[in-house]
Design a protein around this ligand. Structure first.
Ligand SMILES: CC(C)(COP(=O)(O)OP(=O)(O)OC[C@H]1O[C@@H](n2cnc3c(N)ncnc32)[C@H](O)[C@@H]1OP(=O)(O)O)[C@@H](O)C(=O)NCCC(=O)NCCS
Length: 165
């Protein structure tokens, strides 16, 4: 059974493993940032927990964290009606089992409860699995920022995907 819950301070190690596994994945189109250190991972969780508009969720299987998502409600009056999904990562061995969908569904539920109007996100145009996943979750491709990402020396377009509620 898929369980989702809000991230807790003690989840920093699992969240760090998720980011680092993704960043070193073969053929990954992930932003090749440096590997998250223990200190950075702890700091990130604390930032999320302290944030007024942001929150993180984890997906669990049998009490073990298998996925993470972070989202932020727009912080300005002009963006307050929107929810931005920052990152979603599922451990490779747990993909295609519905964990990603469960996390997005929870974000949709929270966004509806807050009576917001839309959820949007950015995804690298070469991240085909993620784009297919978001399309399945009801997002639409609404725009493209040419050369919006730089991975090493390579520029990749940034797709904007949006779900109106
Ligand atoms: C994108 C990601 C989060 C999807 O998570 P997931 O748990 O595997 O997704 P789900 O199992 O909930 O998939 C739901 C549906 O989305 C679609 N989908 C998901 N992954 C897909 C893939 N690789 N290819 C085609 N369709 C896919 C399918 O329709 C799937 O339903 P099905 O398995 O019954 O056919 C996961 O692949 C991941 O962590 N990728 C690496 C990190 C990443 O790129 N994040 C996005 C950053 S913008």
């Amino acid at each position: 059974m898929v369980n989702t819950r809000f991230v807790r301070k003690e989840d920093w190690k699992a969240v760090m493993s998720l980011y680092n596994a993704w960043r070193t994945e073969d053929g990954s189109s992930a932003v090749r940032d440096s590997i998250l250190s223990l200190k950075q991972a702890k700091k990130r969780i604390v930032q999320i927990l302290k944030s007024k508009n942001g929150f993180g969720l984890v997906a669990e299987q049998k009490g073990k964290i298998v996925g993470f998502i972070e989202a932020n409600q727009g912080g300005f009056v002009k963006t307050h009606h929107s929810m931005f999904v920052n990152d979603i990562i599922i451990f490779k061995e747990h993909r295609r089992k519905g964990f990603g969908q469960a996390l997005i569904n929870r974000i949709i539920k929270i966004t509806k409860q807050k009576k917001l109007k839309l959820i949007y996100l950015f995804v690298a145009s070469n991240n085909k699995p993620a784009i297919k996943f978001y399309l399945t979750c009801g997002f639409k491709k609404t725009g493209r920022i040419i050369k919006g990402y730089k991975f090493g020396n390579k520029y990749v377009d940034k797709n904007i995907m949006c779900k109106l509620l």
